[in-house]
Design a protein around this ligand. Structure first.
Ligand SMILES: Nc1ncnc2c1ncn2[C@@H]1O[C@H](COP(=O)(O)OP(=O)(O)OP(=O)(O)O)[C@@H](O)[C@H]1O
Ligand SMILES: [Mg+2]
Length: 226
């Protein structure tokens, strides 16, 4: 059922996104294949975050088609939006952890929302916290953690439900080079396990070291280097 390895997991076809009179994305046509590692780059205000938001319906498309795993987002029924979002693990620049919940609970929430059983949730949360080396802080509250630690928890949360697509919006924006390197290693790890990774960043170092396919945005217009 359209599940060929060679068929794109994401298709954008002549996509425009306007915020009022602001044209944030202009005529984007882009196919992303399973298990690609995509870097979306370009100056501040170029439309990187906007592009990511369109994929999980964080924002509606103004014009054109976005298709995720065969689901046309311009025609999706409200009932199916949770199903769409399960495809994605999302890492935000500002982490967006719940400050009043422990590290463990922040990660567990995703799995609870998926209706997983308690035993499995326990196992899974421990396993992803171990992956990001944050198991020892599972009872801590996010405000007591460093930026790098919070971002590692955010990565754990993003990968906990084994999503097929990881969206990472400037995940290293506020981190020192060592912590940034750590996050990149984690992203490469989930990529190696088969996930499709889409990383928005303007960090030159990351771009040069990542070795992925690079999408450039400038004022909402796309170009690509091979
Ligand atoms: N909710 C919104 N309402 C109005 N305009 C918006 C909104 N979100 C983004 N924009 C505008 O759309 C353009 C693209 O913004 P976007 O956040 O996608 O850029 P970006 O490439 O992610 O930038 P940065 O590197 O600073 O994160 C900008 O001009 C921005 O002002
Ligand atoms: Mg942005």
């Amino acid at each position: 059922m359209g599940d060929h390895r060679s068929s794109p997991i994401i298709r954008m076809f002549h996509v425009h996104k306007n915020y009022g009179i602001q044209k944030s994305l202009v005529d984007i046509t882009l196919d992303i294949y399973r298990n690609e590692f995509i870097i979306v780059t370009g100056p501040s205000g170029a439309g990187k975050s906007t592009l990511l938001k369109l994929l999980y319906l964080g924002e509606p498309v103004t014009q054109g088609q976005v298709i995720v795993d065969g689901i046309n987002l311009t025609r999706i029924s409200r009932r199916r939006i949770p199903h769409l979002r399960r495809n994605f693990g999302i890492i935000f620049q500002d982490y967006k952890l719940i400050p009043t919940k422990t590290v463990f609970s922040n990660v567990a929430l995703v799995l609870e929302a998926m209706g997983e059983k308690r035993r499995l949730i326990q196992k899974k949360v421990h396993s992803v916290l171990r992956t990001v080396e944050m198991e020892h802080k599972q009872e801590a509250l996010p405000p007591s953690l460093s930026g790098g630690e919070q971002q590692r928890v955010a990565v754990a949360r993003a990968i906990a439900g084994s999503p097929r697509i990881i969206l990472a919006d400037e995940p290293t924006g506020s981190l020192d080079p060592d912590s940034a390197g750590n996050i990149m290693t984690l992203l490469k790890g989930v990529h190696q396990k088969g996930a499709t990774v889409i990383l928005a960043t303007h960090d030159r170092m990351l771009i040069e070291n990542a070795g992925g396919r690079i999408i450039h945005l400038v004022q909402g217009q796309m170009s690509e280097n091979a």
